[in-house]
Design a protein around this ligand. Structure first.
Ligand code: PLP
Length: 404
């Protein structure tokens, strides 16, 4: 079969293979601790489910919505984002628009499609979400990577972003709170980034904020455009209900940005998927988004507890040098390179996948290999499972890390 060169350039997710193995092991009756999940293992709050039930009664819930989503929902989401970011209410009134898509991944994909020409460079900050480089390449662009490491709690230096800039740089994707690091960038970082952006007036920013509501360490996440509103004219804000409302399977995300860009995204959406799920859009239109705070209170508490378990167990096991303070989203990156077990491996190569495989085979724990996120010899774990099995899983990981 002569497949397109575009699709041949796409990578398969190696995580899928690990998940398949884990499923087979579960079928064989083995106990598996699944720390590889990218979602909250709970249902959304009853008030939202109730709205979905109610909307089932209406014909419009079963019919096409406008390509970019229902106008009232787009207005509501725009107003909500302005409110929660403490922006003037009228800020998005002229020259801005909102598009609702089938998940925020779809919004990012459309946004890149509307901007990236073959050969254009898009800057990614390590660790980056797995799908960014693949989406950039799919549209013919070139991902340029800015490094970070565990010593800086996985926050890259703004100065290093400057070094990555070239005449072909079109855009940068910033994801705070960050998947997979589980940290958000500080106010000081965001201010420095805002100042940097003022020096590069053509640079467009994707601000992926899908985890903005999930933080458990003050101060809460802030964004560069809050320090200089003029930057909104080249920022595309990416949001979703996937994480804040524990609704990954409902596939609803949105983007707010300059009208010309959002309209172009609508063109792509119109000729490919059409508008997103009408039922869920209508339920969301009817739902008071203030409930998100009530819903996330216990979630934040739970993730904070599991993060504290990592800190305590790492310190007790003399692995404090591999620990950093995670603050948000629901992940933590384990750096293998300075633990006793790593003595068995060649240090100048990436062994993330082999180590993840060992963790599964020997300890029954699934993790996501760090190579997927641009961090060699590491793995991402999710902090969402129940406290007791989480403690058991961390103890097993530590035993493995300390085994030379
Ligand atoms: N952005 C980040 C950083 C993510 O981690 C995810 C999902 O895991 C997404 C975007 C996409 O989420 P969705 O398409 O479910 O809205």
């Amino acid at each position: 079969m002569l497949l397109s060169s575009r699709v041949k350039g796409l990578s398969y997710s190696i995580t899928m293979k690990l998940n398949e193995k884990a499923l087979n092991m579960t079928d064989e009756g083995k106990v598996i601790y699944n720390l590889s999940g990218g979602q909250l293992p709970i249902k959304p709050l009853p008030e939202f489910i109730e709205k979905i039930h109610h909307q089932l009664n209406f014909l419009k819930s079963y019919q096409y919505s406008p390509v970019s989503g229902f106008t009232n929902l787009r207005k509501k989401l725009t107003k909500y984002v302005a409110e929660v970011r403490n922006l003037p209410t009228e800020i998005f009134e002229n020259d801005f628009d909102c598009i609702v898509s089938n998940g925020s991944k779809h919004s990012i994909y459309n946004g890149l499609g509307a901007l990236v020409d073959p050969g254009d460079e898009v800057i990614l900050l390590v660790p980056y979400w797995v799908s960014y480089p693949e989406m950039i390449k799919f549209w013919g662009g070139i991902p340029t990577v800015v490094k970070s490491n565990v010593f800086d709690a996985f926050v890259p230096a703004v100065e290093d972003i400057r070094k990555a800039m070239t005449p072909r740089t079109k855009a940068i994707i910033v994801n705070s709170p960050n998947n997979p690091a589980g940290v958000h960038y500080s106010d000081a970082w965001m201010k420095e980034f805002a100042a940097f952006l003022l020096e590069y007036p053509d640079l467009i920013v994707f601000s992926d904020e899908v985890y903005s509501d999930i933080y458990y360490f003050d101060p809460k996440p802030t964004y560069f455009y809050q320090f200089d509103h003029s930057l909104l004219s080249r920022t595309i804000i990416i949001q979703a209900i996937s994480k804040s409302l524990a609704s990954t399977g409902l596939r609803l995300g949105y983007a707010i940005g300059p009208a010309a860009l959002v309209n172009a995204m609508g063109k792509i959406q119109g000729q490919t998927t059409s508008g997103p799920n009408s039922l869920i859009q209508r339920a969301l239109m009817d739902f008071d988004l203030k409930f998100v705070e009530t819903f996330l209170g216990p979630v934040r508490h739970h993730v904070r507890q599991n993060a504290a378990t990592i800190r305590e167990k790492f310190r007790e096991a003399n692995l404090g040098h591999c620990w950093y303070q995670s603050t948000s989203a629901f992940y933590f990156m384990i750096d293998f390179s300075r633990t006793p077990m790593f003595a068995r491996f060649e240090s100048d190569k990436d062994h993330s996948y082999a180590i993840a495989d060992e963790l599964l085979q020997n300890e029954g724990i699934t993790v996501v290999p760090g190579s997927d996120f641009g961090v060699p010899n590491s793995a991402r774990i999710a902090l969402v499972i129940e406290e007791v099995p989480f403690q058991e899983a961390i103890s097993k990981i530590i035993k493995y890390l300390n085994r030379a």
